[in-house]
Design a protein around this ligand. Structure first.
Ligand code: SAH
Length: 249
């Protein structure tokens, strides 16, 4: 139980990659106690309506407004869950809520908790085998909130450090050229034989997994429902799986 019945609270919860069985029991319990659900339209659509529950779906790119609205409701005594897909701390709403808390001591005193979820990268890695079995990093390829130059620098450093890499938001209709540029950087740093896995709509009926080499890759293999995993220099295939050995040379 979170808080006392007459006191509002705010939970920022991860719904996992898509399959209801990958929602944690903690998140399910908390959703059952909520009076209000706040989030991006497709994520709120995953919550079953019931009496006493108000759904507040909103469009993308309004994260800070959404966070403030959720905090207002919790301050007014509502039991509010802000939902994200995957994990709420991975390129998602938890940071937006904490950003909204800055300079607001009244809101900082509220009962606020972050409930983890299974992030897309981990569900994708599990479906493929164990491509993240050694050191890895995770980069958001969207340039909505950072300049391309920052993305390119991080890509190059990660590749030179021989990390396996997971990429979120690889390619959208509004910025198709970013992923093409990212692939050029990766080919330059890792060579054409490096394995790359495209994991689309993992854990949903639309799931599609494809592993190729960087040399065989075309940008169209990724879209916004895809998480992309590039192996390190030792990542290899075994049977139908891809894995990274536990030790580095
Ligand atoms: N908080 C989310 C990530 C939000 S960013 C999480 O932890 O998973 C949105 C990006 O996540 C998408 O562009 C895609 O790269 C990835 N993603 C989310 N769900 C996915 C799924 N089921 N399969 C593959 N990628 C997914």
């Amino acid at each position: 139980m979170t808080g006392t019945p007459d006191r509002g609270w705010l939970c920022i919860a991860g719904l996992g990659p898509g399959d209801d069985r990958l929602v944690t029991p903690e998140v399910t319990e908390t959703l059952a106690q909520a009076t209000d659900i706040v989030g991006y339209i497709p994520y709120v659509a995953r919550i079953a309506p019931r009496e006493g529950l108000t759904l507040h779906p909103s469009d993308n790119r309004v994260e800070l407004d959404r966070a403030r609205a959720a905090l207002e409701m919790a301050a007014a005594g509502r039991r509010v869950v802000v939902v994200s897909s995957g994990d709420p701390g991975v390129f998602a709403m938890a940071s937006a809520v904490f950003e909204a808390l800055e300079g607001r001591e009244d809101w900082q005193a509220l009962d606020i908790r972050v409930l983890p979820g299974i992030t897309a990268m981990l569900a994708a890695a599990a479906a493929a085998g164990a491509p993240l079995g050694h050191d890895f990093c995770c980069i958001n390829l969207s340039d909505n909130l950072k300049p391309w130059q920052v993305i390119e620098t991080r890509l190059r450093h990660a590749a030179r450090a021989d990390f396996a890499m997971a990429f979120y938001n690889p390619r959208s209709a509004s910025r198709p050229e970013g992923f093409t540029k990212a692939l050029a950087v990766l080919r330059e740093e890792c060579g054409p034989d490096r394995l790359i896995t495209f994991a689309r709509a993992v854990s949903t009926p639309d799931q599609r997994l494809q592993t190729v080499t960087l040399g065989e890759t075309t940008p169209e293999m990724a879209d916004m429902r895809t998480v992309v995993i590039v192996g390190n220099s030792a990542t290899r295939r075994v049977g139908r799986f891809v894995y990274s050995p536990r030790s580095a040379r």
